[in-house]
Design a protein. Structure first.
Length: 477
């Protein structure tokens, strides 16, 4: 399972060649690291058909067996964790230490899925609460939804696949997975391990090719009952528009914000804020992008934040000391430089970074950035953070909410009343009191409001999305 040879599609328990291949390059060195199969429409159709045919077998598989397969996958992945981390580091330019953390989380995600497989159940209902409902026994069950089309992004290539494949198998569904074109190697790796773990043929199919061709086919095919998508808002909204009556969950982007109230211990929070802004080059959907700091501590905050930023070790993702490396494409570097230029023209001050070295955008801190600038109102998805001064917490809450997005937001405060107000008023999927928004453990409900998406992941919540509620009524009259 090296990384330099021709890869194959995984359809119906077979590794399949294609006629056309594309070159996969390392984002950091530009070197070719693999040749990727470009699936044709016909092969995409075969993958969907395989998943469609396998759905009966998966639906009948007992819960303990589905759970055992997922536990075995977690065990195999743990055994080969270093290899898995190297694959992620290579294909995504994710610093190795961060890639290892992703593998550890992926193992957790599959374990949570294994546990969740055992507790999928409905409830009994008191129908006699309504006149005319007497003499009836009623209960609900949760049935697998069927074929799930899973489309995943490049930034957590292994764990975000786990957030789809894990709950899908836990609930007895089958999957057609289209990983991001830049990061399919980790998805193929998981397919190998799931085969070894005993997943039946056809229950997972992995196909690569252009999002537009392969993705579109999956989204519009009638045999696919649900689309679970993680990626950019533009693509997600397009998918929702095409998916008709399919169930659709969308985990999209954001321009996550943090409020820092007066009186907080800056020494304690600065390292965490810097890591929230720059982990994996800011290519994290809850990356810290906007910080609103109370005027009483603003200058101190900026000084300490910039000093901590300058300590970041920049370099080769495969070097264990590296903390920040290349952006995913040269186009993203150029986009960021344009946005920084726009910010400067608009009166923002560059307190750190602002330039690029090759494909590495230096960690960039902007001050006094206006809310209308791209770096503020769009998702930057890069190592750029802006720090603005506010004169009250309410002003900060309003600024956080002045966004098309709403995934997670954080507030540091010693004031319990303010914390409660923020929890109530912040219009996001998750509020973090005394933490940055860049926090996720894998069983918590995770998802956004507004253009950050619809539906929730986190194993229990994803299983709910991936099952159909059925009502059964026995008439005893
Ligand atoms: P992306 O460009 O939207 O791509 C995501 C996936 O969609 C890829 O597999 C892509 O395939 C595919 N795709 C592209 N066009 C498609 C189409 N027309 N129909 C169907 N599928 C299509 O996103 P990305 O750049 O990989 O990831 C970054 C984005 O993901 C950011 O916006 C980030 O915030 C978001 N994200 C959200 C969460 C969350 O949980 N909320 C987590 C992580 C990331 P190709 O690669 O072949 O183009």
């Amino acid at each position: 399972m090296g990384t330099s040879q021709k890869r194959k599609l995984w359809i119906d328990g077979q590794w399949i060649q294609t006629e056309t291949y594309s070159l996969l390059r390392s984002p950091y060195t530009g070197d070719v690291i693999a040749e990727l199969p470009v699936a044709t429409e016909k092969q995409t159709d075969q993958a969907i058909e395989a998943a469609y045919q396998a759905r009966g077998k998966m639906a009948k598989m007992p819960a303990h067996q589905r759970s055992a397969i997922l536990y075995e996958l977690a065990r195999l992945l743990k055994e080969r964790a270093n290899e898995a981390a190297e694959i992620i580091a290579l294909e995504a330019a994710k610093p190795l230490t961060t890639a290892k953390a992703e593998v550890a989380r992926t193992i957790e995600t599959y374990r949570f899925a294994a546990e969740e497989a055992k507790r999928i159940h409905g409830e009994s209902l008191p129908l006699d609460a309504a006149p005319g409902g007497e003499g009836r026994l009623a209960y609900t069950t949760r049935e697998p939804i069927g074929v799930i089309g899973a489309i995943t992004p490049f930034n957590f290539p292994m764990n975000l696949v786990a957030h789809k494949v894990g709950p899908a198998i836990a609930a007895g569904n089958t999957v057609v997975l289209k990983p991001a074109s830049q990061t399919p190697l980790s998805a193929f790796f998981i397919a190998h391990l799931l085969e070894e773990a005993g997943l039946p043929s056809g229950a997972l199919n992995v196909i690569t090719g252009s999002g537009r061709v392969v993705g579109d086919r999956i989204v519009t095919d009638d045999r696919v009952a649900m689309i679970t998508f993680t990626g950019s808002p533009a693509v997600g909204i397009g998918i929702r528009n095409k998916a008709g009556l399919k169930r659709v969950t969308l985990e999209l982007g954001s321009n996550s914000a943090l409020i820092v109230d007066r009186g907080v211990d800056l020494e304690k929070i600065i390292p965490r804020c810097v890591s929230g802004a720059f982990s994996f080059q800011g290519q994290v959907c809850i990356s810290l992008q906007r910080v609103y700091v109370h005027e009483e501590i603003y200058d101190q905050f900026v000084e300490k934040f910039v000093a901590e930023t300058k300590k970041l070790v920049i370099g080769d993702p495969l070097d264990p000391k590296t903390e920040l490396s290349a952006l995913i494409t040269p186009g993203d570097v150029q986009r960021c430089l344009n946005w920084i230029e726009e910010a400067k023209q608009g009166g923002a001050v560059v307190a750190a970074g602002g330039t690029a070295e090759g494909n590495v955008l230096l960690p960039t801190v902007l001050l006094k950035a206006d809310a209308a600038l791209s770096v503020s109102c769009q998702e930057v998805f890069a190592p750029i953070v802006l720090i603005n001064k506010v004169s009250s917490a309410q002003e900060a809450i309003d600024l956080v909410n002045d966004s098309r997005f709403g995934l997670q937001a954080g507030i540091y405060t010693e004031n319990v009343h303010l914390a409660l107000t923020a929890a109530e008023q912040l219009h996001v999927g998750g509020v973090l009191i005394n933490d940055i928004p860049t926090f996720r453990v894998d069983h918590m409900p995770y998802g956004g409001v507004k253009e950050s998406g619809v539906g929730r992941e986190g194993l229990k919540y994803a299983v709910e999305e991936m099952t159909e509620l059925k009502l059964v009524i026995w008439n005893r009259n």
